[in-house]
Design a protein around this ligand. Sequence first.
Ligand SMILES: [Fe+2]
Length: 294
Amino acid sequence: MSLNRRAFLKRVWWSGAALAAGTAAYATWVEPTRVQVSRLRVAVRGLPRAFDGLTIAQLSDLHRSHAVSAAYLNHCMDLTNALEPDLIALTGDYLTYILDFRVWLEPAVINDRKRAPELMRDVAACVGRARARFGVFACIGNHDRWYDAWAVAAALRGVGVTVLRDEHAIVRIHGEPLPVVGIDDPWSGWANMPRAFAGVDAPFALVLMHRPDFFEHWARRGSHLLLAGHTHGGQVKLPLIGPPVVSRYGRKYPHGLFRRDDVQMYVNRGLGVTPPAVRLNCPPEISFIRLEAA
Ligand SMILES: [Fe+2]
């Protein structure tokens, strides 16, 4: 091999290594806190006039842990409050409480489990700062179930959040009742739809549920906007390949707005991360939704 060719290959190798190291550093230390506000208008058929223009800020998957600081979550809450939403929806996974093989990928997650009560106090302090004209509503995620859904719900209720566990609340907006329904985490053994909707008889309902998979077999009639999280958008989205498998139905509902007849679902990319604690081409998100009569 000529000297020139060897020097060229060496240069290519070092450039590739530098690019890989730079990408890894960006995915580890930059993108996980590069939160974006996604503004979208959702047109709803049969939306009562009183809800036309209603704004909802959705925050999901806070995952307070060694990898997600309280300062960062407070910054996200400042951004949310600056949007002056009418209503705030929190769609689960306030902590990281991992029980599977991933504890061996990052030993710090074992420590996160031990510190769960303290980390939950950070979340409650942050969420307690949320300001919305018609209130703050929350459902429970799978990590909350794995830790202690009752403790998570109590901590959130302690700071004024309405936690909906297979139940609903009626919010009066200009005299019109808006049912806000919260469905528990379906694949960890809970999710009682008849109970959550018992007595609800309105043309439109806002539904908070952690996992988007429920959309696949949503059978309830009427007009609904479902707000989900859980997928984190895949955390890493490679060009041409897309996100990895993100939920029970593979890559079907990774992020964004989905529609089937009068049922629409928005899947939020979340604020935090779970191991491996990286994000690439998939920044954290606050969704800011404005309802409009179709
Ligand atoms: Fe999550």
